[in-house]
Design a protein. Sequence first.
Length: 303
Amino acid sequence: MDLNRIGFALRQAARALTWNLRGPRPPKMSILVDAGYLLMACESLSKDWNQKRGRDFDGAAAVVALRKALAEPFGIEASNAEVLWFDAVVEGAAYRHSDVERGAAKIRLGRISHNRQKGVDALLAMEILELAHEDPEGTTVLISGDEDLLPAVERAAGLGRRTVLATVDGNPQDCAPSRRLAAACADHRLLSPVRARGLVGLDADGSPRKARAGAASEEAAADLLRETAADVVAELLRTGEAKELFGLAPNATLPHKVDARLLLTARIKMGRLLNDGERAALRRRFLADLGAARPRIDEEAEA
């Protein structure tokens, strides 16, 4: 029996058991990423994409940037959505973009045979249907352009689940999404070229991103750290997660999940890894901003 089908059946059984034990959960959003499409579409906007492909790709930072890009059209829900990353690998080889897991994405891998992907479309189609059966009132954001997914999208719609296609704007014809697939989805959103280039470490003009903060002055780097801390605090306030952190002391150790989000957001803004001093300064700034926000939140709660 096909191992993909066995895995699908096991996940269905586990989720059914969880449903029975915990009861139904509220509708959620899931983001399904066809990595082959996304990387090619983003990098086709580069000046030298075919030489650059995959060389400097930071998977964890890309997943964080993708959530941020989708949060604009979809709101806070996208920033907390489950991300599933679909790609292929040569049997027995290590997956070169496994760092997407550090961005809180789950990896689903097909295989590469004779320089062609095998099984990726099947994995995507099964996940689309699985989500529709499990959570028919939820939303699937599909980042792909492959018409082979059309039957699964149509079946999911018949079960009541909403599928939104998200593709990269400004692509050449060979990266354009299927028109029939777009028509079958409830909505079609476009990622701007600037956002798309940022996902694969490119500047707005399509050239390889330089270490902006490394080349900038210490003052400019400090500005980026302040901006990062403010952005993450604002996001936590919107989602309600900040309330769990209000009791932290000014020099406290941050929870791992919050710390990872803070450092990844800073890495995207600065275009490089932070040094030890910058990480410490960022954490101090974050805790200070969080503490400053608490009185306002308390006043709103009392009102």
